[in-house]
Design a protein around this ligand. Structure first.
Ligand code: ADP
Ligand code: MG
Length: 251
């Protein structure tokens, strides 16, 4: 089976500093891949490189077998790679519905999308997305009135509205309550029924909830890869990453 996304021997260099060295990653249809690793491991940089937010020094990125390395961020998004960044980037003064409307594929700027005709197809699409992300009852609430967790779901909804086939999420549960974190896991599992999902995450409870395959990054390279059990029992992973968590938890 051909991978939806394939990263081959990827190197990203920031003024002499190797943020990623020889990273390989394949993501298949409908799969959830979770990326873990210490701060500074290169997790966000990997997603940045995939969506051309950071320049690739060498290596290749393929989407459905077609090379997309260093294509423009706009082109990468247009092809079907949706990316949610670490901080929510939503319009607080607009309703949830209007935020999603703005994000719909083909929307060009606030004015154009708000004043363009709201067709039944667009409306249906927005409701479908909000149903999935659990925000249907908040559709006409102003985003500023939502909880931090709900704002994150608005942004996930905005990514889904762009009809990606693969969704990249950078620490989607950051700052969430335990309940919101659990709900986010449910949302991601629902998204994975029709999309491939790559999630960067710190919270190991959450990782266990959603993870099918885990990739551990460390100092810009893949340190280990496998199931939750495989990764948790890997001595190298315990040493550089999970051990610290155990120490933190005990402190
Ligand atoms: P993670 O998401 O795993 O915490 P990052 O991918 O954000 O790590 O960062 C990996 C390393 O690359 C860090 O040392 C970080 O300081 C560096 N880095 C990330 N982005 C840039 C940039 N735009 N310019 C210079 N250095 C960067
Ligand atoms: Mg990061």
């Amino acid at each position: 089976m051909e991978a939806v996304l394939s990263v081959k021997d990827l190197n990203v260099v920031f003024s002499g500093f190797k943020a990623l060295s020889g990273v390989n990653l394949d993501v298949y249809d409908g799969e959830i891949v979770t990326i873990i690793g210490p701060n500074g491991a290169g997790k966000s940089t990997l997603l940045d490189a995939i969506v051309s937010k950071s320049p690739v020094f060498s290596g290749h990125i393929y989407y459905h077998g077609k090379e997309i390395t260093n294509k423009s961020p706009h082109e990468v998004a247009r092809l079907g790679i949706g990316r949610k960044f670490q901080n929510p980037n939503v319009y607080n003064e607009l309703t949830v519905f209007d935020n999603i409307l703005l994000a719909l594929k083909g929307a060009h700027g606030i004015l154009a999308s708000i004043t363009s005709k709201l067709t039944p197809a667009k409306k249906g699409k927005i409701y479908d997305v909000l149903e999935r992300t659990g925000l249907i009852d908040q559709a006409f609430d102003q985003v500023s009135s939502l909880s931090h967790g709900q704002k994150q779901w608005v942004e996930i909804s905005m990514v889904l509205a762009q009809d990606p086939s693969i969704v990249l999420l950078d620490e989607p549960t950051a700052g969430m309550t335990t309940d919101e974190t659990y709900m986010t896991g449910e949302i991601i599992q629902s998204i994975a029924k029709t999309h491939s999902v790559v999630v960067i995450e710190h919270d190991m409870e959450f990782v266990k909830q959603i993870a099918e395959r885990i990739v551990v990054l460390h100092q810009g390279s893949v340190l280990a890869e496998g199931s939750v059990q495989e990764v948790q029992s890997n001595p190298k992973v315990i040493e550089v990453y999970l051990g610290r968590e155990t120490i933190n938890a005990a402190a």
